[in-house]
Design a protein around this ligand. Structure first.
Ligand code: AMP
Length: 289
């Protein structure tokens, strides 16, 4: 396969499911396929996944699809940033081998009515605040996995709950692919990179680094604070800013996603938050233990 520095390097772009399936099957015969699913409006966080895939796999496929079934709020779907030309240029410069950029009809020729069961994993945090969200994520991810049949799929730790649920999905469906979770890429001031950050105005942008700063400080406080006190402290610290409306701050067992009561309740503990800035919703998380 051509490397991005080869004179013959080119990125294949297709919007056809059939074409994507065919090419992935051909490439997958002799090569390991790395797959990075995205909703576009790409930033360095997405590109770090692409880079990791290129390091670990022979052939890297990226998809861009703003999946309607995972949006419980039609307004949010409508205003989700779409920057197709810039995305194509970024992926080409990064050296991705193939971009799949399907229409809604290509992914859902008929409505997807499948209902997934993740037990308690989607009853908390994002699943609780955005009913149906993870069912929509599972619908699109299983379709994309089915079309591409990757060797490894790469996701960001930024969407912590999503990764845990996709891991569960892959186990439930007995898929043989590997899943890799990549660290959250942050702006210079700590703000987790997100496509939604581009929707913030200057004043809002100046305020939101408080979210990451609070998470970093919470990690320092673990040594001398109990779980429920720390949770309340995080909640109040963010909520003290009248422009920031915190939806949840949860301290959870990273494998079950269920809230814990004491530090000894889990080996790996994650603090996850969702914050609204007017109509823009941002999420972030940090490992506490
Ligand atoms: P999205 O386009 O928001 O659906 O994200 C596509 C993939 O990129 C998901 O696996 C995200 O978790 C990941 N991602 C988004 N933001 C970041 C970030 N700041 N750092 C690392 N990965 C990210």
């Amino acid at each position: 396969m051509y490397h991005k520095y080869d004179a013959n390097y080119t990125m294949i772009i297709t919007n056809s499911t059939e074409h994507m399936r065919e090419l992935a099957a051909i490439a997958g015969k002799h090569k390991t396929l790395g797959f990075v699913p995205t909703m576009g409006a790409l930033h360095q966080g997405h590109l770090s996944l692409v880079k990791t895939s290129m390091e670990q796999c022979d052939f890297t496929i990226v998809s861009i699809f703003v999946n309607p079934t995972q949006f419980n709020d039609p307004e949010d779907f409508k205003k989700y940033p779409r920057t197709r030309t810039a995305d194509i240029n970024l992926l080409h410069d990064a050296g991705a081998n193939m971009l799949f950029i399907p229409s809604e009809k290509e992914i859902y020729p008929i409505p997807d009515t499948r209902v997934f069961d993740f037990g308690n994993m989607d009853k908390v945090m994002e699943g609780r605040c955005r009913p149906g969200h993870f069912n929509g994520v599972a619908q699109v991810v299983t379709r994309l996995f089915n079309i591409i049949n990757p060797t490894v799929a790469f996701f960001g730790e930024k969407d912590f709950q999503q990764f845990a649920i996709i891991k569960q999905l892959v186990t439930q469906m007995e898929l043989s692919m590997q899943l890799v979770s990549c660290p959250t890429v942050r702006e210079y001031d700590g703000l987790a990179m997100s496509s939604r950050n581009s929707l913030l105005n200057d004043k809002q942008r100046a305020l939101v680094p408080l979210i990451a700063r609070t998470l970093f400080e919470a990690k320092d406080r673990v040594k001398y604070t109990d779980v429920s006190f720390l949770k309340t402290w995080v909640y109040n610290t963010i909520d003290a800013n009248p422009e920031l409306d915190i939806e949840y701050a949860e301290i959870v067992n990273a494998s079950t996603l269920q809230p814990i009561d004491a530090w000894g309740d889990a080996e790996h503990v994650q603090l996850c938050v969702a914050v609204r800035v007017n109509t823009i919703r941002l999420i972030d998380n940090i490992r506490l233990k």
